[in-house]
Design a protein around this ligand. Structure first.
Ligand SMILES: Nc1ncnc2c1ncn2[C@@H]1O[C@H](COP(=O)(O)OP(=O)(O)OP(=O)(O)O)[C@@H](O)[C@H]1O
Ligand SMILES: O=P(O)(O)OC[C@H]1O[C@H](OP(=O)(O)OP(=O)(O)O)[C@H](O)[C@@H]1O
Length: 217
């Protein structure tokens, strides 16, 4: 039987994902000692981990070269979803927010507004839901710069602790949506390998619940 292939988002979500896999009893030694390798066996070789950039996790799962993926809800909201979202993993918690320079009134006045974001689709949908005609400019990172440099009236970005906003004289105007890491599945894999996938997801879900209970004690 081919191993079940899971694409993991490299970077911020990586550590919590590997911890969860280990907690459910899968040996992740090779992932921990990966060096520059990108495809690694976990457990007894029944699962294969693929390390990828967030948006690419979705591409690999949608195209069926990976059966499962671990990716932030932010990436799902920005890139659409031709796959099943099967579990909220509970880590990687942050939120999408509209933020502006401290003391400014984004919704006031009649002048058309400009917003910068690394997530233009999320930003567009937010303003469409408000029936507001807002110009969106795509920025690749450190989006907080855009209002400081006078390029935009506000930003739509991820806020976790709020430190980046605070240290740059910005503040949250409105929270748009909560974000956490999700387990996603390719639609065909979920039919063909239903038992394996559901068994793995159930083990993860039980562990997440256990972790939550231990945290609240
Ligand atoms: N403070 C945060 N900033 C950004 N993402 C966060 C934060 N906290 C949790 N996350 C989650 O972690 C995921 C991965 O973020 P990470 O910064 O590692 O990759 P990225 O957004 O692709 O950035 P880069 O292009 O710098 O690699 C995000 O998609 C999001 O779901
Ligand atoms: O609320 P905080 O805890 O300060 O975290 C939020 C910051 O972290 C992310 O940036 P990241 O470090 O991923 O860099 P980037 O801006 O280049 O994407 C995000 O885009 C914010 O800038």
């Amino acid at each position: 039987m081919k191993p079940l292939r899971i694409a993991l988002t490299k970077g911020r979500l990586e550590k919590d994902t590997v911890n969860l896999l280990e907690q459910i009893g899968l040996d992740c030694t090779q992932v921990r000692e990966k060096g520059r390798r990108l495809i690694l066996p976990v457990g007894n070789g029944e699962i294969e981990v693929v390390l990828a950039k967030a948006a690419d996790v979705i591409t690999y799962v949608e195209n069926g070269v990976c059966d499962l993926g671990v990716v932030g809800k932010d990436t799902i909201m920005e890139n659409g979803s031709h796959f099943y979202e099967i579990l909220d993993l509970g880590f990687g918690r942050c939120r999408f927010a509209l933020a502006c320079r401290k003391g400014t009134d984004f919704f006031g006045g009649y002048k058309a507004k400009t917003v910068a974001s690394k997530y233009p689709n999320v930003a567009r949908q937010f303003f469409e839901s408000r029936a507001m005609d807002v110009r969106i400019i795509k920025i690749e990172g450190s989006v907080e710069l855009a209002p400081l440099l006078g390029l935009a009236d506000g930003i739509v970005d991820i806020v976790e602790t709020g430190t980046t906003l605070k240290e740059n004289g910005l503040e949250v105007t409105e929270t748009i949506a909560g974000i956490s890491a999700r387990l996603i599945a390719n639609t065909a894999s979920l039919k063909m390998r239903k038992q394996e996938i559901e068994a793995l997801a159930a083990r993860m879900e039980a562990q997440i619940e256990k972790n939550r209970e231990e945290k609240s004690v």
